[in-house]
Design a protein around this ligand. Sequence first.
Ligand code: GLA
Length: 782
Amino acid sequence: MIKAEKSIFILETEKTTYAFRITKSGHLEHLYYGRKIALAGDIETAIESLVEKNAFAPGNSLNYTQDDLSFSLEDMSLEMSGYGKGDIREPLVDIVHADGSMTCDFLFDSFKLTKENPNLKVLPCSYSDGVAPDHLTITLLDKYYGLKLELHYFVYSKCNVITRYTKLINESRECVSVRRLLSTQLDLFGTNFKLTTFNGAWTREFCKNETIVSAGKVINSSFTGTSSNRANPFVMVSDAATTEDAGLVFGLNLVYSGNHYECLEVSAYGKTRFVAGMNPEGFCYKLSAGECLESPEAVMTVSVDGFDGMSSNMHKFVRNHIVRGEWKHKPRPILLNSWEAAYFKISEQKLVKLGRAAKLVGIELLVMDDGWFGKRNDDTSSLGDWKVNREKLPHGVKGLSKKINALGLDFGIWVEPEMVNVDSDLFRKHPDWALGIPDHPHSEGRNQRILDLTRTDVQDYVIESMRDVFKSGNISYVKWDMNRIMSDVYSSKLAPENQGEVVYRYYVGLYRIMKTLTEEFPHILFEGCASGGNRFDLGILCYFPQIWCSDDTDALYRVRAMTNYSYGYPMSTLTAHVSNCPNHQTLRVTPLSTRFNVAAFGIFGYEFNLPDLGLDELLEIRRQVSFYKKYRELLQYGDFHRGRCDNLHEWTVVSKDKSQAIGLQVQELVEPNTRSHQYFAKGLEPNAVYTFENNPAKVNIKAFGDLINYVAPVHIKNGGMLQSVLSKVYKLPGEVEQYTATGDSLMYAGVKLSQAFAGTGISGDVRFFPDFGSRLYVMKKK
Ligand code: GLA
């Protein structure tokens, strides 16, 4: 709900309040954002306690006007700031006017209240397919320069989210240079907030970093031309003491896939400012007379129920108001991807063989990854030439997809539409279609260049070539990759003064392509990918419901990374595969059960040369697949909660009606002689009674190596033939855990699990729990 009364604006969700007012001077004073507060009676009286009390401006600061010596913009909490009138903190906008001045003076002009979905012209945005969100437009004017600035707010009450974007309209007769047009500004009273960011690199995405900001500023930004694996646009601002279950935390994100910028700045006077939007670095937009420019939409939520409360708001919001299309709530298929199984060495024969093995274990979709087109035998050529390689696929995509379908599997394909190799017919024909400075040497990345998607002719080529690919067989899934960061950013079609617009215009072009193709092929399940998680963001999720969040399939890395992704993104957006060991990215060996137990919490699949596996492993995989199918709805769309996260990692996913839940516990390294562990559930109905069971597993005697001789009647050589034969016919029984307890008890008292192996004996009552060991626990309401 939005109330607008007597120059005061109150935006309310189910559990939060956001408030600001118009000052005498025409600025917007930010009053409050936090847990819901009652504002009773006369609104002016009700907010008096929230208004800043100033009698004299601080020494050495500036008065906005001589008429009010108490009022200094540098020490006010504001909804919007610009440079030049005394506020020297991070501004929302930064504009160079035709006369060269950089001063902005935007003051309140009018407001409008409607109920409607956000409707940005060229960028993706949130939406509601039920009741439209309440929408507040505040219009500000800089009358000296003829510029209009609109601040748009949308209230998604049920998920406690407010979104916001900024629109600049040039009503003057001259062109201005927009050096920054951010999406949100949030001024907070006090200092020492904790900024949590998620940083990393290829195969090391989403590591959590926390900084208490007591002075100066901390910046989280990307300059890769993507939202990036270096710094995701999702960040959190919290009280330093906030825990998983208690305390104040803001969750903040952007609906944008290009360079972004988030900054937390502490002022000279005990206040903190957060701003977020497109990265001003490298950005300069020439806004001609009569034109307008929109910022990406920012997403904001706040919770006093700790990180868990904030994540739950974000999950609901992303699931309901970002992800769209046929696959929004549909069960996602279990797939087998050919990449780690065969890399570039694919052929019809090999893929059909993979398909046969996949079918045997119950997998539903076979995905042909890179290597199927042009002369693509490695990464040096053919991107851009989207014609099938007949040597590898003699019957084309059509023939192959028919054969895969005949096995009873769906068929999916990999593409990288935004790229071109220098060694390609496309580049030979149209060298100017790639971004780059004409006649200058170009930096190289994976031997490929980025197509200039600022150009409509190039966008049309991508649309047409992809349309042909998607129609070339019975394709029900597409993995859309993007494997290079931007360099030598320059479009030969744009004038020199417009080169600061390239990255922004690239995304406008890309979003047009993605919109056209996803609308034309609504049945296809699209999965985003950018060398794994180099473009995991809400912009992509507006078109593709799921993203490959890392090329790293190592179970230990994944349990940490998926925990961190879960702060801002629901598990239904993260894809996770079980792959071979030693792991191809870390060479680490983890149990097959743990690889499954972790991946099962995401959108699940395999990336494995199944035909090479022994019967034991294939049978285990078949059991995994059938377990996943049984609980697919719960695992994909249930409410996800993080538990402990240290040497032991815990997750719980709970069905909407709280009748079922699955818990995970993963151990990093064994603590010697530590037998006792507990599992703590989360999110259950406190007073309901649940059964609690482990997912029983037998233990391979090979896991005990030489130690088995302690009980074996004959000598079994570790690695020898006898061990190999015995391990095939005999498995040690695993522990059985079966209890009945209330939700309360499972959540707060925890479950004392069977003792772990601690070097003193092994029996059916002992939990085999080695390094990287794990268990799944199924809880059902009685
Ligand atoms: C990227 C992706 C991988 C795979 C390869 C193919 O690295 O992240 O999953 O598709 O490209 O070249």
